[in-house]
Write a protein that binds this ligand. Structure first.
Ligand SMILES: [Fe+2]
Ligand SMILES: [Fe+2]
Length: 308
């Protein structure tokens, strides 16, 4: 696939309703995303039409990643506890991914675990000092590979070539993708989530989840993405975002690698990138921390493998 496909992909993003048989719920996402004050009740009404989505929400809120002391059976309470940003992300991801079961088995599971792991890592880091918005990091992790869906639907032949090439050359998906496409799933995901009016704390980690070093080394790079970086925000009432969202991006990158390493779900290739020292440094974590996280996620794995 060559350059002219870039425009095609971009127009596919602008017309997400061109994705075949998207459920009714997803048609409402655009207006949903534009309204910051959208009520939990409104989302609740949307969800009562979709029982499998409601079951997923309850499963997620009851997962050990959230650690609520009592089991939650009441959907309305679950909605309040999760908050609207997280809910929107779950609705989008699960609605779209449900359609993808046959095209890419395991991507929903990969994405969900990446989101939950990201949230979990943020929570552990926050134990020392409250820094990272855990819900936003969860959404970034959940949506990080959403660009693959657009590519898989609109350009199925290219998508199949990437999967095949990754397997033949024993490469990670994004390496094989570079050889087939002129646009990456990370870029597609960035444009998509930006067009849904998600904040930069979500779309920047999505854009750079395979290009961490590019973000890390280049302080000014987010200027190209029309992002105003809110570094070192001392006002406790406002969420903290690291400079260039480099911490949030590091967490998504690490969660992606851990999820793949543990063989949870499938995201296009069984091969895994290595964890960069810079990621460990910027998150101020060591091997013991990683070991602990891996043990805990592995333990949680069985609690959540119910979605397909
Ligand atoms: Fe990815
Ligand atoms: Fe991924």
């Amino acid at each position: 696939m060559k350059k002219d496909k870039f425009d095609e992909i971009m127009s596919a993003i602008k017309m997400t309703d061109s994705i075949p048989s998207l459920p009714e719920v997803i048609y409402k996402i655009n207006s949903l995303m534009e309204d910051d004050t959208v009520s939990v009740n409104y989302i609740g009404n949307l969800m009562t039409k979709d029982m499998s989505l409601s079951a997923k929400i309850l499963k997620i809120v009851n997962s050990p990643f959230y650690g609520f002391p009592q089991r939650i059976y009441n959907l309305n309470l679950a909605l309040v506890l999760l908050g609207s940003n997280t809910l929107k992300s779950i609705i989008i991801t699960s609605s779209v991914f449900d359609l993808m079961k046959d095209i890419m088995k395991g991507l929903w599971e990969h994405s969900l675990f990446c989101g939950l792991t990201a949230k979990y890592i943020a929570k552990q880091i926050n134990k020392n000092k409250q820094l990272i918005d855990e819900d936003l990091v969860f959404s970034a992790g959940l949506l990080h590979d959403i660009g693959k869906l657009i590519i898989a639907i609109q350009f199925k032949d290219d998508f199949d070539s990437i999967i095949k090439l990754a397997e033949e050359k024993k490469q990670i998906y994004s390496e094989a993708e570079k050889k087939v496409l002129d646009v990456s799933h990370a870029e597609v995901g960035y444009y998509l989530t930006k067009s849904w009016n998600y904040p930069a704390s979500i779309y920047i980690p999505i854009r750079f989840h395979h290009d961490f070093m590019m973000l890390y080394k280049n302080e000014n790079i987010t200027k190209n993405y029309n992002v105003k970086s809110i570094a070192d925000n001392k006002n406790k009432d406002k969420p903290y975002f690291s400079s260039n969202y480099v911490i949030e991006t590091a967490i998504v990158n690490l969660s992606d690698i851990l999820t793949k390493s543990l063989g949870i779900g499938f995201s296009g290739s069984i091969y895994v990138d290595e964890i960069k020292n810079e990621i460990m440094e910027i998150l101020s974590i060591d091997l013991d921390f990683l070991k602990k996280i891996i043990e805990e996620i592995y333990y949680f794995k069985d609690e959540l493998t119910v979605f397909n």
